[in-house]
Design a binder for this molecule. Structure first.
Ligand code: AGP
Length: 608
């Protein structure tokens, strides 16, 4: 997804600062990049298709770009028009004096473009962003803030913008609606970015801009105003992520780092939230809605992609433990189920990034129907965190690799804890709650045991890395794990995989089984183990290959991956999933693929 970095300050080498910020945003996924900076009172711009290194090569050919203390930069993930130099940001006004970078989508850009063309403007790109630049240019009468505010009255859609103007050399403006923008405040400089990763290298003091706010920076001073030009006082927050946390920590890939750090981060997710004495859960973020929870009669767990598979797990947890019926809904499908939502519904929105457009749209709709909406979100201050009534953070640190791993595990644990919390209000027995809590506490050690021996999964990966198709089967709580395991291998290995319930096999999938198809079977000890063994037998009888994930060696399979037994049907699937994450990682590694930034994918999908 697109990324923004902009700088204003006393440092005269703005270019390396912008480029370094863009590199911190690479994990978001992009296909072109560009910068525009003031240098000798003129705005110079350079753009390149492909990775930041290509932009650096272009920049290095041009010496005037080296000096300057105000600039804007962008990584673009193509939406309107393909990845070309013409479509790459920054875009400029007709007279080339006003330059704009933009994240988001302008809904009425065609209409505005036609009006501007009628006024005689010429467009060089297919983007909605060029329309913004030309529009601001057409409204400019000597004061950039006035022109931008006037433009906000005409634009509809989602945008985070940073804008500079050749006639106002020390001015940098940032503005946002429905797309994130964070402002880093240091002694001698101000950095704006679409997320904090691009800022933490220079400062940990940040201001999160809200929708309908504009920051007007003049060198190192600033005003934040509403779209009605009323000055607003904003608190400065301190980020607790350091740069080290956001880097690979010595591993070859962020993905491996993020899989292997789960024992620690899951402790962080759970920390301070379990009340041992009463076998209860206490989420500080839900205190203010606790009395409202007593009135709810239905739960909707919302998410998309990996967050949806966590929601599926949550649906099963709530139905088993909470005494309230639950259903998982995939965010983009929400609009077709909204009739079931009312003021007695508790909608729990799952989103690692907190910026997923489909999930945000569904939340806004659910709020209109009076639902209580809370979130389980990793990114502090993100849109989902802000628009929900209350919520719980994952506390797992930034997830950089595009494929989600530690966020899924944390979402699963936190949903289980939500189910226990509600269940304890509605008759879930102390001993049952206590047994699950004991298993949750075993989870980090079980994951550590797997992490200590993670290289062993490579030998299993060698059995399947050249396959074209795979099946993943699980039952009950392992069914969402089968779905997530199949998604993971699809995302990073580009192998077609299907996740299904073991019970579904006979209803169609079994037609695929032959001696060339491998099935990954989740067969750990639980109340449905016998049924899973029967499914394995069905596959073996048709000469299919089976790799089982089990707590002891199984005799009738091609390979068994052993996992520690945490003795809980609810928690064991989260242990099993770590194996599927590692399997996907090693398969992708053997296939020599771009593991952290798989083709066609973006970390945060901020368009519907
Ligand atoms: C995860 O591996 C995926 N890349 C993707 O499905 C992701 O989970 C989905 O886009 C939702 O993201 P969110 O949790 O940030 O809302």
């Amino acid at each position: 997804m697109c990324g923004i970095v902009a700088y204003s300050g006393k440092n005269n080498s703005v270019l390396p600062i912008l480029v370094s910020g863009l590199k911190r945003l690479e994990y978001r996924g992009y296909d072109s990049a560009g910068v525009a900076i003031f240098s000798n009172n003129i705005i110079y711009s350079k753009k390149a298709v492909g990775k930041i290194v290509s932009l650096e090569e272009v920049i290095n050919k041009n010496s005037p770009l080296e000096v300057g203390n105000v600039g804007i930069a962008h990584t673009r993930w193509a939406t309107h028009g393909s990845a070309t130099i013409e479509n790459a940001h920054p875009h400029y006004s007709q007279d080339k004096k006003i330059w704009v970078v933009h994240n988001g989508i302008i809904e009425n850009y065609q209409e505005i473009k036609e009006q501007l063309i009628r006024q005689g403007m010429r467009f060089e790109s297919e983007t909605d962003t060029e329309v913004i630049a030309k529009l601001i240019g057409s409204l400019y009468k000597g004061d950039l803030r006035e022109a931008v505010l006037a433009a906000t009255r005409l634009l509809t859609g989602a945008y985070a913008l940073c804008i500079i103007c050749e006639d106002e050399p020390n001015r940098l403006i940032g503005v946002k609606i429905s797309s994130p923008l964070v402002v880093g405040i240091a002694d001698d400089e101000i950095i704006i970015a679409s997320d904090v990763s691009a800022i933490i290298e220079r400062t940990k003091k940040v201001i999160y801009l809200e929708d309908g706010e504009l920051i007007d920076i003049n060198n190192t001073t600033y005003d934040i105003v509403s779209f009605h030009n009323k000055v607003k006082k904003k608190a400065i927050s301190e980020i607790d992520w350091d740069l080290e946390t956001a880097t690979k920590g010595g591993y070859d890939h962020y993905l491996l780092k993020e899989i292997l750090e789960q024992p620690q981060v899951i402790k962080d997710s759970v920390r301070g939230r379990i009340v041992n004495e009463t076998a209860d859960i206490n989420f500080g973020g839900l205190i203010e809605v606790r009395s409202r929870l007593k009135q709810i009669d239905k739960i909707v767990v919302l998410g998309v992609g990996t967050s949806f598979y966590a929601a599926k797990l949550g649906e099963l947890y709530f139905n088993a433990l909470s005494g309230v019926p639950a259903i998982a809904v995939m965010s983009p499908e929400y609009r077709y189920t909204k009739n079931i939502i009312n003021d007695k519904t508790w909608l729990i929105a799952m989103s690692q990034s907190g910026e997923t457009a489909d999930t945000i749209a569904a939340i806004n709709e659910a709020k209109k129907h009076g639902a209580l909406v809370t979130g389980i979100v990793n990114t502090v201050g993100s849109t989902v965190a802000r628009i929900t009534d209350a919520g719980v953070y994952n506390h797992i640190g930034p997830e950089i690799s595009v494929a989600s791993t530690k966020a899924f595990t944390s979402q699963g644990v936190l949903l289980l804890m939500h189910a226990i919390m509600l269940g304890r209000q509605r008759g879930l027995d102390y001993s049952e709650a206590s047994a699950i809590i004991t298993a949750i506490k075993k989870l980090p050690d079980a994951m550590q045991e797997i992490a200590n021996n993670h290289q062993s999964i490579e030998s299993i990966a060698k059995l399947i890395y050249q396959d074209k198709n795979l099946l993943y089967i699980g039952r009950q709580y392992n069914y969402p794990i089968a779905l997530e395991g199949a998604l993971k291998i699809k995302e990073i290995s580009y192998i077609h995989a299907e996740g299904l319930s073991g019970g579904e096999l006979k209803h169609g999938f079994i037609a695929l089984i032959d001696n060339e198809l491998s099935t990954i079977a989740l067969a750990t000890n639980d109340s449905v183990t016998d049924k899973m063994h029967a499914n394995i037998a069905e596959i073996k009888a048709r000469h299919g290959k089976v790799i089982a994930i089990a707590n002891q060696n199984l005799s009738n399979v091609d390979a068994t991956i052993l996992v520690p037994d945490v003795q809980s049907d609810f928690v064991q699937p989260l242990v099993n999933n770590v194996i599927l994450q590692l399997l996907a990682y090693y398969v992708a590694k053997l296939r020599n693929l771009n593991i952290d930034q798989p083709r066609n994918l973006a970390k945060s999908v901020t368009v519907e």
